[in-house]
Design a protein around this ligand. Structure first.
Ligand code: PSV
Ligand code: MN
Ligand code: MN
Length: 426
């Protein structure tokens, strides 16, 4: 299943007049306020978010999994699906693989397919939270933190193997998320577990090519429910600092205890030049992995406001690896990803509307009301015409969900792949 340029062209013709009317009005208003509309639109076009290979099939919970049919069951098919997302939205120009779920059988063919769809290979993920087929050692009681040297060595070797796979595809970073931790008080010696993890990460870091980054993800709970070894940004930052300049913290929106001030976390990490990657999702209770922006869109905007500030003012921080990390049970996964991409663009566009100079002046004058007016003024703007324009400029569609449905994408995928397909993944 491929969406053709002609299909997109014909589709856009129908919505163009309406779009232009809305855009002209908004652009006029924004220009009067001193915004450079063309530059905002071009920043939106440039912003690319990686799609994780495991989000292309329906996610599940331990209570069950309900297929959406026509799901990709090979890496080739997963890349095809990202290709569909990218042709519609023009913002999904990368894929994030998870090993061993996505080991390519033919590297040249996979690269060629990705190239033809304009898809890059972003951060690659290792997996030491599941026991692998034929593996000698088990990760039941942890991987990089394990008390057993043999288990740690197996987990280190896996990460080194993942780097090699990523290198052949053109990835430039390795993301490590550990399930390591404990379920009961007294089960682990916190210090030993942390020190083992640090030493293991250093061994992995030694195998990192010069132009690669090591991204260390944190999470306070699940699957371990008493403690996790890398529970928060502080632990991640300590480990990254213990490895060296190419190691960074990765923030996943769902990996915080309720009401954590995530915008402050990303802001300070950027100040220190240590924010390396970002996983988008949304949640009400924990690591719910719901569609981005579906529950707390204002929080997402506040986070983006800090990210934009950091991108503009913190040259010490590298470019970030952006990825959606959401996958669940009840929506068509591709529609869900389109909604997530849209929510990300919306929050980014609104953050770009914050007048940083005005905000700084209001902060310095301690004009608290004005500070809030500035932020909320940007947040309340309906920026969708700008996002549509960004998509149109790069060959995408005006309205991706509507186009996805009118092109019968899911029906076509089912015709090609059949109903009873199951994607590998979480
Ligand atoms: C588990 O919480 C998780 O969602 C992490 O966020 C990782 O990024 C992802 O799985 C893939 O390993
Ligand atoms: Mn994540
Ligand atoms: Mn997660």
């Amino acid at each position: 299943m491929k969406v053709s340029k002609e299909q997109i062209f014909e589709y856009n013709k129908k919505g163009l007049e309406n779009h232009t009317e809305k855009l002209d009005f908004l652009a006029g208003q924004l220009t009067k306020k001193g915004h450079d509309v063309a530059s905002i639109v071009s920043k939106l076009s440039e912003f690319q978010v990686a799609i994780p290979s495991w989000a292309l099939g329906a996610g599940g919970t331990r209570f069950g999994r309900f297929s959406h049919f026509g799901e990709p069951s090979t890496l080739e098919q997963k890349i095809d699906d990202v290709g569909v997302l990218h042709s519609l939205t023009q913002t999904a120009g990368a894929v994030s693989l998870h090993i061993p779920w996505d080991v390519p059988s033919d590297y040249a063919a996979i690269k060629e397919k990705a190239d033809s769809l304009n898809i890059k290979f972003d951060a690659i993920n290792s997996n030491t939270f599941q026991d692998q087929k034929d593996a000698k050692e088990s990760y039941k009681f942890g991987s990089l933190s394990n008390t057993s040297q043999a288990i740690r060595e197996q987990a280190i070797q896996h990460n080194l193997d993942v780097i090699k796979i990523g290198d052949k595809l053109g990835s430039k970073s390795l993301t490590v998320w550990l399930a390591d931790g404990s379920c009961f008080p007294g089960q682990n010696n916190f210090q030993t577990a942390f020190q083992n993890t640090q030493n293991s990460l250093i061994d992995i870091y030694k195998g990192l090519p010069d132009d690669w980054k090591l991204l260390i993800e944190y999470k306070p709970f699940e699957p371990n429910f008493y403690s996790t070894v890398i529970q928060d940004w502080g632990a991640s930052l300590m480990l990254a600092n213990g490895c060296g300049d190419k190691a960074f913290t990765l923030v996943d929106l769902g990996h915080h205890l309720p009401n954590s001030n995530i915008e402050q976390i990303v802001s300070i990490l950027q100040l220190k030049g240590k924010l390396g990657g970002f996983h988008f999702n949304d949640s009400k209770y924990g690591d719910d992995d719901l569609t981005v922006g579906s529950i707390k869109p204002y929080a997402l905007f506040l986070i983006f406001n800090e990210l934009v500030y950091g991108m503009e003012n913190n040259p010490q921080n590298p470019d970030l690896a952006w990825m959606i990390d959401a996958s669940h049970n009840i929506k068509d996964p591709l529609e869900d990803l389109i909604q997530s991409l849209e929510a990300i663009q919306e929050a980014y566009a609104k953050a770009l509307l914050v007048d940083q100079n005005l905000l700084r002046a209001a902060q310095e004058a301690n004009d608290v009301v004005k500070c809030q007016e500035i932020l909320q003024g940007a947040y309340r703007t309906d920026v969708r015409p700008l996002i549509e324009k960004a998509r149109l400029n790069t060959g995408g569609v005006i309205s991706p969900i509507n186009a996805y449905r009118s092109f019968n994408v899911r029906e076509e995928l089912i015709k090609e792949r059949g109903r009873n397909t199951v994607a590998t993944g979480l």
